[in-house]
Write a protein that binds this ligand. Structure first.
Ligand code: CS2
Ligand code: MG
Length: 409
């Protein structure tokens, strides 16, 4: 089998997506997600201008060789753009191989290690009544695990709070990246947040009881000692995890957090390779690996990362917001079903226009996702529908502290 074509498809149904479709001389094609929120066109160009010419004529079955070729022959390694481009190729090749084998991808990855994939959804509120309503709505939707995000008194706009309007008038939760010529400025105050959050979780436990798995995303905004303080303050509320409690470029920063709290820690959605995790995993400083297949070099690299984590009893918690396309989500679900050290899967649901462009076999029922039994990934792209939604410039917001200092968003 030979690769005869590779097309980069940029579409913007509810938000921008970059998809690679690889076609072979046997008429089998595969899809890969290369969406990097707020920087989509950089991956589209990396693929179209630099990678696609290298794929034509190659044997699509040589996935590992192609991965190593793209990673090493580029000379410039790692980083979000490179690893998203490699991921798009890698996942498309796995899609082709599974279709050629006539089986769903998870079967090729070793078969199912469980019956379903526990998913968590995003509940949020500007105040407690709104938050409680949002949690109830997610329970009605079938979620059995809930991420909790709230507004903080004294802060105008906070990550993850659905009801607050964004600059383009859409509900925030719909998409954090806002269609605009420039990024929106938001404000932040860590001390106000640290004073407010424990009370919120006390109220949620009071209302929903001790069993419901609750998650929270600190979204990279605390110093290590602030993260340690929050982790400790949240211990009575038995969180499933506290995510991205502090920026982790300096992995050793988590040693201080670990010293002070037993709240489970999840990190990694902005990481791109196993090297970003080495100290975190080797020193048992995290409990969940948060990478997305789309941002970490694809199935080939993610499986190796999760196998490494398994040696330390660290589990998966794959990133699944709306800026991971249905192709990237499907790739995650096949991996989630096959690996042993599965923890939980994030599942923010895509909009109707997106579901029109990407026809999906995966399904969500009674709290669990399943990738489906179609050969390959189980996602097909409707190119006519995709063409109806041209690219829109969009940016993630950024943060400034009260004194004007730029801060992590
Ligand atoms: C978030 C993301 O889902 C999460 O855990 O951290 O929504 C993140 O803000 C976006 O993916 C950024 O593009
Ligand atoms: Mg996150």
């Amino acid at each position: 089998m030979k690769i005869t074509a590779a097309d980069v498809i940029v579409t913007s149904p509810d938000r921008n997506f970059v998809t690679l479709r690889i076609t072979t001389d046997e008429g089998i094609s595969g899809l890969g997600d290369g969406t990097l929120n707020g920087r989509e066109l950089s991956v589209a160009s990396y693929l179209a201008d630099h990678v696609v010419p290298l794929l034509i004529g190659r044997d699509p079955h040589r996935i590992e060789d192609t991965w190593q070729f793209l990673y090493r022959s580029a000379y410039w390694r790692r980083g979000p753009v490179t690893m998203a481009a490699i991921a798009a190729v890698d996942v498309a090749l796995w899609d082709i191989k599974a279709k050629a084998a006539g089986m769903p991808l998870y079967q090729l990855l070793g078969g199912a290690s469980r019956n379903g994939i526990m998913a968590y959804g995003h509940a949020s509120g500007r105040d407690l009544p709104e938050l409680f309503d949002s949690i109830r709505r997610h329970l009605e939707l079938g979620y059995r695990s809930i991420r909790v995000q709230t507004s903080v008194p004294g802060i105008n706009a906070v990550y993850g709070v659905a009801a607050q309007p964004s600059v383009d008038g859409k509900r925030y939760d719909y998409e954090p990246a806002q269609r605009a010529a420039l990024p929106a400025e938001e404000d932040w105050d860590t001390r106000a947040y640290l004073r407010h959050l424990p009370g919120v979780f006390e109220a949620v436990r009071g209302e929903f009881g001790p069993e419901l798995p609750l998650l929270h995303d600190g979204h990279h905004r605390m110093t290590p000692i602030q993260a340690a303080k929050l982790g400790k303050a949240l211990e009575p509320y038995d969180l499933f995890w506290l995510e991205d409690c502090t920026p982790a470029e300096n992995q050793e920063a988590l040693r201080l957090v670990r010293q002070h709290t037993t709240t489970p820690l999840a990190i990694g959605e902005v990481f791109n390779t196993v090297w970003d995790y080495q100290t975190l995993i080797r020193e048992q400083l995290i409990d969940y690996v948060r990478s997305a297949v789309t941002h970490t070099g694809g199935i080939t690299a993610m499986r190796k990362l999760l196998d490494y984590a398994a040696q330390y009893q660290i589990k998966s918690g794959i990133h699944g917001p709306t800026d991971i396309s249905p192709v990237g989500m499907a790739a995650a679900l096949h991996l989630d079903l096959a690996i042993h050290n599965f923890g939980i899967q994030e599942y923010m649901q895509h909009g109707a226009a997106t579901n029109e462009v990407f026809r999906q076999s995966f399904a969500f029922a009674d709290g669990y996702l399943h990738p489906g039994e179609s050969p390959g990934l189980g996602v097909e792209l409707d190119e006519e529908a995709a063409a109806r939604f041209p690219y829109h410039a969009a940016y993630l917001p950024f943060n400034r502290l009260k004194d004007g200092t730029i801060h992590d968003w």
